[in-house]
Design a protein around this ligand. Structure first.
Ligand code: FMN
Length: 368
């Protein structure tokens, strides 16, 4: 894209803030509580350094990697996010096409705004289904069966939402799923006509995986009944690869490994759950030490650049995921903006590798 204004993830965020209704921007950007947890993680990431090394031939560099035996063109993928079509019509499908182009995993949220069947097709198979255990679990296990029938091979169980965190910024705007229109929203939308015309005229975004008979999802329904027994049941029922996302404790990580979970995703849900949680980037090395060098460990939360991904890899992660900044790029400049941000992130990473004197990601991991 010749005329893109996106040269960093912060550019995408700034532009998205102008375009999106306040309610939608704050839903995507906001974190839990006083947002101290998100800031703590950012401060911890900023405090990490990458050491420059000199006079090595780094003219040929590769960002290629593999996850669960599949090659990926980048060591980062797309974190599962609910209701992405709020950032722009068709956002879910744009993310799916990005996953297909770079052969990286697309996290398909339980509360995605496009049906899981369509997303795995658009992603050409590069899609993982993210599961929330909800209520008494009857609907949850139906979703698992549905994911299997749709061809999903990897299931990501998110465990850090026993209750949805209080996020004052979205609460102030009256943000709710399913999406409701009141006087506050009408005013907000009137101030953002470009978004309103394109999004609302196409029909308001829905939680598309629940438009099926016999299952009505309520975002406010408690997810607090998920236990280790439920995990064991899920492990029995799901023959594919099972990832558990939202882990910040080394003892929990070891128990998950013993329970037959195939990979762990260290994450604070992007700071959207427990405001007082430790910075996930700070606990990553501990968790790596606990699970050993060979066990697949993923990381998300607070990543804003290619250099941040290198920090996650150097601190014990095998693979990383970006969340909200991808939605900001879409809100800012549509699918081209998404591609632009992706290439910015890739460039940032490749250039930093050259400066570190490394040509491959294995050398970065050795820095641990
Ligand atoms: C708007 C939004 C919606 C999200 N929805 C989900 C979800 O449905 N399921 C889930 O496991 N994580 C969800 N997450 C968390 C992301 O998967 C990921 O953990 C987080 O965004 C990473 O942090 P980052 O946004 O700072 O990169 C959501 C995050 C955002 C910003």
């Amino acid at each position: 894209m010749l005329s893109s204004a996106i040269h960093s993830s912060e550019d995408a965020r700034r532009l998205a803030r102008r375009r999106l209704p306040w309610m939608v921007f704050d839903y995507i950007d906001g974190s839990a509580g006083a947002e101290v947890g998100a800031a703590r993680n950012r401060a911890a990431l900023d405090a990490l350094t990458l050491r420059p090394r000199i006079l090595k031939d780094v003219s040929e560099r590769s960002l290629a990697c593999s996850v669960f035996g599949r090659s990926t063109q980048r060591p980062f993928g797309i974190a599962p996010m609910g209701m992405c079509n709020l950032s722009a019509p068709g956002a879910d499908l744009m993310l799916a096409r990005l996953a297909a182009r770079y052969e990286v995993p697309l996290g398909v949220s339980t509360v995605a705004s496009t049906p899981m069947e369509d997303l795995i097709v658009e992603a050409e198979g590069h899609a993982w289904f993210q599961l929330y255990f909800s209520g008494d679990g009857s609907g949850t296990f139906k979703l698992v069966e549905r994911a299997k029938s749709a061809g999903y091979e990897t299931l990501v169980l998110t465990v850090d939402v026993p209750e949805v965190g209080r996020r004052p910024r979205e609460l102030r705007h009256g943000f709710r799923m399913p999406f409701k229109m009141g006087p506050k929203q009408v005013l907000d939308f009137a101030f953002h006509p470009r978004w309103s015309l394109s999004t609302l005229l196409r029909g308001k975004p829905e939680m598309a995986n629940f438009l099926m008979d016999g299952y009505d999802f309520d975002r406010r329904e408690s997810r607090a009944k998920a236990t280790w027994e439920i995990l064991a049941r899920l492990r029995d029922q799901w023959a594919g690869t099972l990832v558990v996302k939202g882990v910040l404790d080394a003892e929990d990580a070891l128990s998950l490994k013993s329970a037959g979970v195939d990979a762990i995703q260290v994450s604070s849900h992007g700071g959207r759950q427990l405001d007082s949680a430790p910075a996930p980037i700070a606990v990553l090395p501990e968790i790596r030490n606990a699970v050993g060098p060979e066990y697949p460990l993923f990381y998300d939360s607070g990543l804003r650049s290619g250099e941040d991904v290198l920090k996650a890899l150097a601190n014990g992660a095998d693979f990383a995921f970006f969340g909200r900044i991808l939605q900001f790029a879409i809100a800012a400049e549509g699918e081209e903006g998404l591609e632009q941000l992706w290439s910015v992130l890739s460039d940032e990473m490749s250039i930093a590798m050259a400066q570190m004197g490394v040509s491959s990601l294995d050398e970065v991991r050795l820095e641990t």
